[in-house]
Write a protein of this length. Structure first.
Length: 330
């Protein structure tokens, strides 16, 4: 369940509020949480119109750990917030908005985060849920996935699997776009979810290669995070771009040329150190291959959902299916 609403004038504020309440009701959230959702999207949407002129709000259901509910992402390309500390103070407003303040929004959220760089827009995350326990065991995960404009289905897919202190992530891009690409990607995810617990990323790729030969094929990456060994293992085939950022160090992950299900060569796996604060980011080619973190100071300190949405906002090519998945060690 997901909807993205563009904001270009004041009429959009009422529309996004209605959609948020309707989605909260559909998710079975209480009347109090429905009111929280209405407050948050109204303030966020009003701020976008007043300070940025235009932007968008994405409403989506989420399930993470013991927490499930409604996720709100507000994005704009406006002037940004110069003083976040003041903006988080109750009653603070420089443009005639509700003055609820980011502090009030935070208190009405099970999870709240914000990222803003002066001159480079603002991104806000709020989750509405009964539980505040929203992290998987040792991990936070965020993703953004959209079909090619004009297409009803997305040819990209991703999957998550966790057993104890081990987490597996798969990212797929079915060749081309549309239903046939989606068939290849989704079948690959199904095989990934049934892999043996002892399998390494390269083993999973080989299983998928055999299992999707009747489809048009896909490019694919698999990552295995082991918090006990403080390591991440990665293997990819095709043009999936992946990195691991740890503090000031960034490790670029190398995929093997080829197509899973068609002409997969010998896979070259790689291992990277993984510790608290490490961030894994992987994207399909719907994002520019030149995306980087250089003009996003402090972004990796934010929640993975914000990281994914900010990078999508700034680097999506709008010419193909696009997916970005982010995993952060907690």
């Amino acid at each position: 369940m997901e909807a993205t609403l563009s904001l270009t004038d004041k009429s959009g504020v009422a529309d996004v509020r209605r959609r948020a309440i309707h989605m909260a009701q559909a998710l079975g959230l209480s009347e109090k949480l429905q009111a929280d959702a209405a407050l948050i999207v109204t303030e966020a949407a009003t701020n976008i119109i007043k300070y940025a002129g235009q932007g968008e709000i994405t409403l989506k259901s989420f399930l993470e750990g013991a927490s499930q509910g409604l996720e709100i992402i507000a994005l704009d390309r406006g002037p940004g917030i110069t003083n976040l500390a003041s903006a988080r103070t109750d009653g603070y407003s420089t443009g005639g908005s509700l003055g609820a303040g980011l502090g009030t929004i935070a208190r009405h959220s099970a999870l709240f985060d914000i990222y803003s760089v002066p001159g480079n827009g603002t991104a806000l995350l709020a989750r509405i849920a009964d539980s505040r326990d929203g992290a998987l065991n040792g991990f936070q995960i965020g993703a953004k996935s959209t079909p090619k404009p004009g297409q009803a289905v997305c040819g990209d897919a991703w999957g998550v699997r966790q057993i104890g202190t081990h987490l597996w992530i798969a990212l797929l891009d079915g060749l081309g776009h549309g239903p046939l690409a989606a068939e290849a990607a989704n079948r690959a995810v199904s095989i990934f979810l049934l892999a043996e617990l002892s399998d390494k990323p390269a083993d999973v790729l080989r299983r998928v290669h055999q299992g999707i030969k009747t489809t048009r094929g896909a490019v694919m990456a698999v990552a295995l995070f082991d918090t006990d060994k403080r390591m991440m293992s990665f293997a990819g085939v095709g043009n999936i771009v992946g990195i691991v950022s740890s503090g000031s160090e960034t490790e670029h992950l190398i995929s093997t040329d080829g197509t899973v299900g068609y002409n997969m060569r010998t896979v070259r796996p790689s291992d990277v150190a993984w510790s608290k604060g490490s961030v894994f980011i992987a994207t399909t080619d719907g994002l520019s291959t030149r995306w980087n973190l250089n003009r996003h100071p402090g972004l990796t300190d934010r929640h993975p959902s914000l990281i994914a949405n900010v990078l999508y906002r700034d680097f999506a090519r709008d010419a193909d299916d696009a997916t970005i998945i982010v995993v952060k060690a907690t």
